[in-house]
Design a protein around this ligand. Structure first.
Ligand code: S3P
Length: 179
C-alpha cells in the first residue's frame, strides 16, 4: 500500500457537473492511491440492466434518482474507495447527507467552455439531448454550483490543466485535511 493510500480512511466522492472529468480523474486518483474505483452511473446501469439513457426513457428520471440513492448508499458503506458520481447525485439532499456522513466530497469545478468542450456531440447524457444543450448546461451551472460548493474540497479543472494536474491538486488538498 502506498503512503498516500494509508491516509484514505473515508471514501473519496467526486462530484460536479457533466464533463468536469469525475470518471477520468477518479480512475487516475484511485490508481495513484492504490484503492478501488467505482463509477456510480455504471453501477446504476448494471443494477438496472439498462444504459442511463434507457433508464431515463423507459423508467423516467425519478426512477433513475431512486436508483442513484440506493446504489450510492451501498457503495459508500464498503471499503474506502474513490467514487465518481453522476452530476445530479450531490444535488439530492438525501445523497448529499449520506456522502457528508460517510465520505469526503471533492468538487471538480469547471467553466462552461471547458465542460461544453467535453460533452458536445455526445448522446450518452439524457439531460443534454435537447435543442440547446449548451444553454441547459449553463442553466445547470447556475442552479447547481451553489450546492456543489458545499463539498469538503474544491479543485479547479479547465481545458489547459490535464487530469494529472487535477489529481495532484486533490492529493495536496487531502494532505491538508484530516480526512
Ligand atoms: C446527470 C449526469 C450524468 C448522469 C445522468 C444525470 C445529471 O452523469 O448521472 O445523465 O443530472 O447531471 P455525468 O455527470 O457523469 O455525466
Amino acid at each position: 500500500m502506498s503512503s498516500a493510500a494509508r491516509k484514505i480512511v473515508k471514501p473519496l466522492v467526486l462530484v460536479g457537473l457533466m464533463g468536469c472529468g469525475k470518471s477520468s480523474v477518479g480512475r487516475r486518483l484511485a490508481s495513484q492511491l492504490g484503492v478501488e474505483f467505482v463509477d456510480t452511473d455504471d453501477e446504476i446501469a448494471k443494477a438496472a440492466g439498462m444504459s442511463i439513457p434507457e433508464i431515463f426513457t423507459e423508467l423516467g428520471e425519478a426512477a433513475f434518482r431512486d436508483g442513484e440513492v440506493k446504489v450510492i448508499s451501498r457503495l459508500l458503506s464498503g471499503a474506502p474507495k474513490v467514487m465518481a458520481t453522476g452530476g445530479g447525485a450531490f444535488i439530492s439532499p438525501l445523497v448529499r447527507a449520506e456522502i457528508d456522513r460517510v465520505g469526503t466530497s471533492i468538487w471538480l469545478r469547471g467553466d462552461l467552455e471547458t465542460l461544453w468542450g467535453r460533452v458536445e456531440g455526445k448522446t450518452s447524457r439524457p439531460l443534454l439531448n435537447t435543442d440547446n444543450p449548451k444553454q441547459v448546461l449553463a442553466n445547470l451551472m447556475d442552479a447547481r454550483y451553489p450546492t456543489y460548493a458545499l463539498a469538503d474540497i474544491t479543485v479547479e479543472t479547465h481545458a489547459n490543466n490535464t487530469h494529472e494536474v487535477v489529481v495532484d491538486d486533490i492529493i495536496k488538498a487531502l494532505a491538508r485535511t484530516h480526512d
